[in-house]
Write a protein that binds this ligand. Structure first.
Ligand code: SAJ
Length: 406
């Protein structure tokens, strides 16, 4: 089968490569010229376990280009940000991709939207484009939705082993899409309609956001109660039907911190719990700032320049900084005209904030208090270097070795 994947980011590139590695003839399309030229010369920027091996198997069956080819099977994996004011999805990238596909697609082609979209987006924004094209050309084009569930750091493994949802309003086409995904997905592939597939994906991430908010709220009340929230969660999770997630300095990334807003934006009167959870999680960076202030007072630290944030990415062992709690915290400080805090992240090699270091020991030399915002493996491999520092561990990765936690 010839497959064209539109959008070679965190989801599109692993998907394109794994499809090609199973023998499909794949064209990877992206609007970023630099990304295409790097891929054409074998440079993969994404650091994912197993990706290089998949890339080597994919090479004979894949090409990368900026233009849209005529194809019979398209996968759209472009970003779907949300409007910060209305909290509604911005589906521009998706509709632009579909419009470009329609200008070259073969007869009876299938367009699979993998991008996470708010429920009803495909019916309201994508299908009208397809129906107009069908009326104009008399040709058939089919649409399906196959949301992904992979997680950075485990993408290749989870592409193969996670169950998959395929939404399609035509069961025959749904089966055809299922067969394509079954070439790499070894777990159950559930066929449903498009609206159900859209909602189930957003619901999965919203479930996680609400549970993280519960853990974060527990951290706050346990501090007031003088109790160890991590020990309480550890014990509570021994119950066979309790699975409380971990408190943290906030919720970052482009999924968990985004998708619940789709529901709040579309159903504002029915999403009290979801909205409160978003506010709790978005309030965690400010809570961390308050804790930093208290710790500074307790230790006679008066200069922000002697405080360092370890970790800029949104979670451990990934290089993705999108909407990270650290960036949220720094933005909050800037709004209060406070600057000078030092920052270091071993996985972020470009300068993205002021006072950012690229050498761990040079960073440590400048600070008295280190705030662990991300629990990278790098930190656990270099514990000997942080001796003598005051540690505020917002991720509870150091256990007893940290003087302070959330
Ligand atoms: N976080 C916590 N406490 C936790 C778990 C996570 O504070 O117990 C924080 C993380 O530090 C991070 C944020 O939440 O800042 C999100 O991290 P994550 O690992 O929960 O989620 P993502 O965004 O990397 O991936 C999620 C996954 N969805 C679910 O687990 C339901 C993944 O399967 C999805 O494919 C992905 O969203 C997506 O693309 O939708």
């Amino acid at each position: 089968m010839d497959v064209t994947v539109i959008g070679l980011g965190y989801i599109g590139l692993p998907t394109a490569l794994i499809l090609a590695s199973t023998g499909h003839t794949v064209t990877g399309v992206d609007c970023q010229k630099e990304k295409i030229s790097k891929l054409q010369t074998g440079k993969i920027e994404l650091e994912e376990p197993g990706l290089q091996m998949v890339y080597r198997k994919a090479l004979p069956h894949i090409c990368f280009q900026e233009s849209y080819p005529a194809s019979s099977f398209y996968i759209v994996a472009v970003p779907t940000p949300y409007d910060k004011v209305t909290k509604k999805i911005d589906s521009t990238y998706v509709t632009e991709a579909v419009t470009s596909i329609l200008s070259v697609a073969k007869e009876n082609a299938v367009i699979v939207i993998e991008s996470t979209v708010s429920p009803g987006t495909i019916r309201c924004r994508v299908k009208p484009l397809v129906q107009a094209w069908q009326a104009k050309t008399g040709n058939n084009i089919y649409v399906a939705h196959a949301p992904e569930r992979i997680i950075p750091g485990r993408m290749i493994y989870e592409l193969v082993h996670n169950p998959r949802t395929i939404g399609c309003d035509d069961s025959v086409i749904g089966e055809k899409v299922k067969q394509v995904y079954a070439t790499f997905c070894q777990n159950e592939i559930i066929l449903t309609d498009i609206a159900t597939a859209e909602m189930s994906k957003v619901v999965e991430n919203t479930y996680r956001d609400v549970n993280i908010a519960y853990a974060n709220e527990l951290a706050k009340l346990c501090r007031l109660a003088g109790l160890d929230v991590y020990e309480i969660i550890r014990i509570a999770n021994k119950h066979p039907r309790v699975q409380i997630l971990s408190p943290g300095p906030g919720v970052g990334g482009h999924c968990i911190s985004v998708d619940p807003w789709f529901l709040v934006g579309d159903y504002p009167l029915e999403t009290n719990l979801i909205y409160e959870a978003r506010k709790i999680n978005d309030g965690m960076p400010e809570y961390v700032l308050e804790r930093i202030y208290d710790i500074m007072q307790e230790n006679g630290l008066n200069h922000l320049e002697r405080i360092g944030l370890y970790g800029l990415t949104y979670k451990e062992n990934v290089d993705d900084v999108r909407n990270s709690p650290t960036l949220q915290l720094i933005n909050s400080m800037q709004r209060h005209l406070a600057s000078g805090i030092r920052v270091y992240d071993p996985l972020v090699r470009t300068n993205i904030v002021d006072y950012q270091f690229h050498d761990f020991q040079a960073f440590l030399k400048q600070i008295d208090l280190m705030v662990i915002m991300v629990g990278h493996q790098h930190l656990l491999n270099n514990l000997d270097l942080i001796k003598g520092k005051i540690i505020f561990d917002t991720r509870n990765v150091l256990g007893e070795r940290a003087q302070y936690t959330l």
